[in-house]
Write a protein that binds this ligand. Structure first.
Ligand code: MG
Length: 388
């Protein structure tokens, strides 16, 4: 269905007919609604394709079958659609939001993000991947003849900004149009929680596959996983360890998703939420796990932090990546003319550090390393210093 009477939508779902529309008005499409068109523009963007070569947690040096940011994004879209369908939310909007949610991430995952933020803080500024994603879809994608960026609907742009955190209008006056004193629609709230479920489960999976985590370690360190594994081991004592692990992990994801659906449904019922306006006006975010599952999930997160994210192999790699990003930032700050013409032109209107940050944040892992070899390694080598 193409209009606000989309079949089966709950009254608290964001109907496309109530969209605040696009910055540059466009004719409706004969058989795709506006959120479906947004989804298609996102899939056809360069920033989306670059996700394939951006690290989630593990770089390609471990294996080609580990998650990258593109496969992670597809997992988030899949989980989000399942939850949205069960809650009768707008699956078209949810899909567009899930597919775009990570386009603002810089190369090399969290290490790249925190290093760019540190470098920007030294310039009295910040790097924020949500705001970078907004700049990508508003400015950097140069694809259409009639407008800059992707000209996405208000709700998708609002979701890009607000899906994972709140911004106050005092510190972010430029974001005023995004109704900062209101919560975003449920479709946007869902993305952050689906994102967490996706990466928590995926990181366990890839960590085990990389042999950085053992089954015994996960069973003992993540109580919920341990409780799910025991019956699997009793029922299939002869099965290969990896298959037992897979079965428990599958059940873990199912538990997290089912709890999210049930707890959110119950919360909406208890608070008598019957419209998007009520969602927007509610003080807390309404999509989330039950308190019990929240505690279980916290134990899983603590386990991943203590045993995987700070693992010496991941940490050693992180140190190297951070140094490369810092050297590239320093290089472009002192040689802004080495930026591509589009970014050189931007330095006339915006501070150089912001333009340099935007350029580096848009790079894939491979491109960053290529540029590093080209601009930094050769210079350092010719000076007789040790490159990173
Ligand atoms: Mg994500």
């Amino acid at each position: 269905m193409r209009d606000g009477t989309q079949a089966g939508l709950a009254n608290y779902a964001m109907a496309v007919a109530k969209s605040l529309g696009r910055r540059f008005p466009e004719q409706p499409h004969p058989y795709r609604n506006e959120y479906e068109r947004d989804r298609d523009r996102i899939v056809h963007s360069r920033a989306f394709r670059r996700l394939e070569n951006k690290t989630q947690v593990f770089t390609r040096r471990y294996s080609d079958h580990f998650r990258n940011r593109l496969t992670h994004t597809l997992e988030v879209a899949q989980i989000s659609r399942t939850v949205a369908k069960a809650l009768h939310l707008n699956t078209d909007l949810v899909e567009a939001l899930a597919l775009v949610h990570d386009v603002g991430h810089p190369p090399f995952g969290h290490a790249g993000e925190s290093e760019l933020d540190r470098l920007m803080m030294r310039q009295g500024d910040r790097f924020d991947h949500n705001l970078h994603a907004l700049r990508i879809v508003e400015q950097f994608e140069q694809k259409y003849i009639g407008f800059p960026g992707l000209n996405l609907t208000f709700e998708v742009r609002e979701g890009i900004v607000k899906h994972s955190r709140d911004y106050d209008s005092e510190h972010y006056p430029d974001l005023k149009e995004y109704r900062l004193d209101e919560r975003p629609p449920l479709e946007a709230q869902l993305i952050d929680v689906a994102d967490e479920i996706a990466y928590d489960c995926a990181d366990l999976d890839d960590g085990y596959e990389a042999k950085l985590l053992t089954l015994a370690q996960i069973r003992d360190g993540v109580p919920l996983f341990g409780r799910l594994l025991r019956p699997v081991e009793r029922k299939h004592p002869q099965a290969a360890e990896k298959l037992k692990f897979n079965e428990a992990l599958k059940q873990l994801m199912d538990c997290l998703v089912t709890d999210l659906v049930e707890a959110t449904r119950e919360r909406l019922k208890q608070m008598r939420i019957r419209s998007v306006d009520q969602v927007r006006a509610a003080a807390p975010r309404l999509v989330g796990p039950s308190p019990r599952m929240s505690r279980e999930n916290q134990m899983l997160k603590t386990f991943l932090r203590d045993n995987l994210y700070t693992h010496r192999q991941i940490y050693a790699e992180r140190k190297k990546i951070v140094r490369c990003i810092a050297q590239m930032f320093e290089f472009y700050m002192s040689h802004p003319r080495s930026l591509p013409p589009f970014y050189v032109a931007k330095t006339r209107k915006e501070p150089t550090h912001r333009v340099v940050c935007d350029y580096i944040a848009g790079m894939t892992d491979n491109y960053l390393m290529d540029q590093h070899r080209k601009h930094v390694v050769r210079r350092i080598a010719s000076d007789g210093k040790t490159p990173c």
